[in-house]
Design a protein around this ligand. Structure first.
Ligand code: HT7
Ligand code: ZN
Length: 866
């Protein structure tokens, strides 16, 4: 398949001003009649009108009421080219589509309770012929017809303007969306659903009708999402002065969905995972994720919908900015410090490996084969880090002015990343030219820091160097402008004055090597570098164990307190992995246990303590190994967990008891933090492999009044030895088999298990009634979790690779997007030993050779094999 290049972008030769769709659901398919008001773009050389389509059965084509003669157009499987249309005309097309056979879940498709759409990025072409590109924006009117008893709910974007009954028990509804929008924001729903309604009054007094539509019987699981929506609406008004522009804002939940949610104008469609929650079926993490995803889709109404992307290379324009906005919302709503820690943990686990692997690409890619493969951690999470660096460099007030400028200039337009940065530059007076490397260049910069203290001159000099490793297609890298937030800790643990009472300096580091001098420093300090993770880089500094303990105990920057612990633990795990690989025993210095105890017994926020005592993950640590030995790494990580458990057993036990719940469960940040720490204690105690602690976990599993505690106990037991794990897993399934999202947890906890027989268990679960290869949530829960199970996926005999590769092949025939996401588990295969590499290469080559492989999987596998 041919790649697409950013440099080839051309503006559209034709504009579409209005679209009228008539959608008629019949047993033999859905007939879509489209009427498009088309006019030539006078700024572009005249050319044919090219329309996109996929899997459309074309029934008729007409221009200005006249049927098109065969010589006037060329009809291909995926294109309709009208050779020489008039300057301005009405195009009428009629097609039939088969939503019941649409297993890709892109376009219009069937799920359990009815029919739903997913049009981003290129699903609209699977509904009707259209210039399916984000810079063609039109006003839509949509009429839906369907059987009334089976599908009482008929929804589309905008406002309802007509509805009524038709012959044979059918009915119709017409919706008009007053906003111009690109086709990827189109949505319709034809289903049987319950609805939770509410209203929201904006600061300026506009009343918005809110509705959350869910599977019948699930209304008692919608309250949290509704509250999250209202909180997001208020937050965007208060933070950015952005009000909801709609009369109706609807969220529809569907159980079959390729991603998390979709921001269609006024008619968001969500994966049920990010809507449904009740204390007994959803964990604290689920509640928090719902807040974030509801906010994210709502925030897109301005950053993405009112101002959209010129082309798909600009995806991070809306996604990076909207992730930054939802992160800030999460930080303001829950805990800023734990939010930041979790963001960075996620970035290191997902984006850093991506940036070092075969699919590495810049935040604004310059080429792709399949755009669906570029909804990545780089575009989303690194994109958000890039926006955050702009915020750090210019400050909160200038950032707000930049947002105001951006909307004042570009409301209603389809624009580029440059347009966003230009608004920030003009509002702040800062020249962002050197900063643009972040958008163009892939790879994670590596910053090395050296400090030297001159006691006589009372001067501390910090020297920074940066390199960025080569990535596919980019062998040579330019230096980036890196904001490095620095503090200096004195021997008493207090921040030193860096001048004018400042305790944190933002260094602008923009060349290969640069030195920064701090004057009037009375004693050799311990530097606190990259505070709050001020840039998405790897930072090397040769810290001594005692210096890390000092930072862990005293740093005023909570992120760097956490970071010091991660360095301490990470360095030890890697050293122990090397020892174990040499046949030596793992070690755990008393200083590390003591540092951990200091944190555990500190009066810090319990959520922070839990984060600080959570060991870095295997995938994150593997990035620091020249050749990854997953068995040694796994054993070393477990050995440290066991050593901490042994050294701090009494403390963990006391804390577990002290944090016992006092009242009934409620989701709030403080309670969630206490639960998280208590469950961490339970997990550590069970590292000791004692029947007594397993019994304690089983008691918690049986007695919990909420899913957070029940599932934490289950996860602990599913990793432990003994029979309690099987007992709990069986009881859990028996109780929750009718709650699809809880069943996903049950699948995931088994696929992620440390037990030796995990692959056999996953193979068995493939045949279980609970599993369904057609449902993305089930695939992610079972197969992608297994693909992320570092030790078992990378098993020495290649069994993990073969198993996953075969499932990718099966899945590719059903849903290429999800298959390609699963294929990303292979990204880091070259970091392993030659024997594992041979197994991985063979599995990938077999996949590559399969006839009829989708473009999606082909791109991932082809790049992995290069
Ligand atoms: N903007 C949305 C992207 C999305 C998507 C992309 C490809 C295939 C299916 C999809 N569902 C949603 C999600 C978001 O970032 O808000
Ligand atoms: Zn988004």
């Amino acid at each position: 398949p041919a790649p697409v290049f950013l440099k080839d972008y051309l503006p559209p030769a034709w504009w579409v001003d209005t679209v009228s769709l008539d959608v008629d659901l019949r047993p033999d398919g859905t007939v879509v009649s489209a009427t498009l008001a088309v006019r030539r773009n006078p700024e572009v050389a005249p050319g044919p009108l090219c329309l996109n389509g996929a899997e459309l059965e074309t029934l008729s084509l007409a221009i200005d009421g006249q049927s098109l003669s065969p010589s006037a157009y060329t009809l291909g499987d995926e294109s309709l080219v009208i050779t020489a249309p008039p300057e301005r005309f009405t195009l009428e097309t009629k097609v039939r589509i088969q939503p019941d056979r649409n297993t890709q879940l892109s376009g219009f498709y069937r799920s359990k309770d009815g029919y739903f759409t997913q049009c981003e990025p290129q699903g609209f072409r699977r509904i009707t012929w259209f210039p399916d590109r984000p810079d063609v924006m039109a006003c839509y009117t949509v009429t839906l017809h369907a059987d009334k008893a089976s599908y009482p709910v008929l929804l589309a974007n905008g406002n309802p303007v007509a509805q009524g009954d038709e012959a044979d028990g059918r009915h119709f509804a017409t919706w008009v969306d007053p906003f111009r929008k690109p086709s990827y924001l189109f949505a319709m729903v034809v289903a049987k659903l319950d609805v939770l309604r509410d209203t929201y009054r904006t600061t300026s007094g506009r009343e918005v009708q809110l509705g959350i539509f869910v599977e019948p019987g699930k209304l008692d699981q919608c309250g949290h999402a509704m509250a999250a929506l209202k909180k997001s609406m208020r937050w965007d008004e208060a933070t950015f002065g952005l009000e909801c522009d709609l009369d109706h804002y609807m969220i529809v939940a569907v159980g079959d969905f390729n991603m998390g949610a979709m921001e269609n104008k006024g008619l968001n469609i969500f994966n049920t995972k990010y809507v449904l929650a009740r204390a007994d079926v959803a964990t604290d993490v689920d509640f928090e994720n719902i807040d974030r995803v509801v906010a994210h889709e709502y925030f897109h109404n301005w950053t993405g919908n009112r101002v959209t992307c010129r082309d798909w290379f600009q995806l991070s324009l809306k996604e990076g900015l909207t992730v930054f906005r939802d992160q800030e919302f999460g930080a303001d709503t829950h805990s800023r410090q734990t939010a930041r820690i979790r963001e960075v943990r996620g970035l290191r686990a997902m984006q850093f490996p991506e940036d070092a692997g075969p699919m590495a690409h810049p935040v604004r890619p310059s080429t792709y084969v399949e755009i669906n493969n570029f909804y990545t951690a780089t575009v989303y999470e690194k994109g958000a880090e890039v926006v955050r660096m702009i915020h750090t460099l210019i400050g909160k007030d200038a950032f707000r002015r930049g947002m105001d400028t951006y909307f004042a200039r570009h409301d209603g337009q389809a624009v580029t990343c440059e347009d966003f940065v230009a608004a920030m530059a003009d509002a702040s007076g800062v020249d962002f030219t050197p900063f643009m490397t972040w958008y163009r260049q892939a790879g994670t910069p590596r910053v090395s820091a050296r400090g030297s203290y001159d006691a006589a001159a009372r001067r501390y000099t910090l020297t920074l160097t940066q390199v960025c490793p080569p990535t596919p297609g980019q062998p040579d890298k330019a230096p980036c402008l890196i904001p490095v937030a620095v503090g200096l800790l004195g021997p008493d643990g207090r921040d030193l004055d860096l001048g004018g009472g400042r305790t944190t300096a933002i260094l602008q580091f923009s060349t290969h090597e640069q030195s920064f001098v701090f004057e009037n420093i009375d004693a050799a300090p311990v530097p606190s570098l990259l505070r709050n993770f001020s840039a998405p880089v790897v930072l090397d500094f040769d810290y001594q164990e005692r210096e890390l303990a000092h930072l862990l105990a005293h740093d005023s920057d909570p992120f760097n307190r956490w970071e010091a612990g991660q360095r301490l633990f990470g360095d030890l795990i890697l050293a122990n992995a090397a020892r174990l690989a040499r046949g030596e025993a793992a070690e755990c210095p008393a200083g590390v246990i003591a540092a951990a105890r200091t944190v555990l017994l500190s009066d810090s926020d319990p959520a922070f303590i839990a984060e600080a005592l959570t060991l870095p993950g295997e995938a994150t640590l593997a990035e620091r190994m020249a050749v990854v030995d997953p068995d040694a790494l796994h054993a070393a990580r477990n050995a440290l967990a066991r050593a901490l458990a042994a050294g701090l057993e009494d403390d963990f036990l006391a804390l577990y008891e002290r944090l016992a719940p006092v009242g009934a469960y409620q989701f709030d940040t403080a309670d969630a933090g206490r639960r998280r720490l208590r469950n961490l204690c339970l997990g550590y105690l069970n590292e000791l492999d004692r029947g007594g602690y397993r019994a304690q976990a089983l008691r918690q599993f049986e007695q919990a009044d909420n899913m957070t505690d029940q599932f934490a106990a289950l996860a602990t037991l599913a990793n432990a030895g003994g029979d309690e794990g099987d007992t709990a897993l069986a009881a859990f399934y028996a109780r929750w088999q009718h709650e699809a999202l809880v069943v996903d947890k049950w699948l995931a906890v088994q696929a992620g298990s440390r037990r030796d027989d995990t692959l056999a268990g996953v193979e068995r679960l493939m045949a279980h009634a609970a599993f369904d290869l057609k449902n993305p949530n089930k695939v992610y829960a079972l197969l992608r979790t297994f693909g992320g199970n570092h030790r078992h996926f990378h098993a020495a005999d290649g069994s993990g690779y073969r198993f996953v590769a075969e499932r990718i092949a099966d899945l590719d025939a059903i849903n290429p997007q999800v298959a390609a996401r699963l294929a990303r588990c292979f990204d880091r295969w070259r970091k392993f030993d030659t024997s594992r590499q041979a197994h991985a290469r063979a599995a990938l080559a077999a996949l590559h050779a399969r006839p009829g492989l989708s473009r999606d999987v082909f791109e991932v596998v082809d790049k992995a094999l290069v």
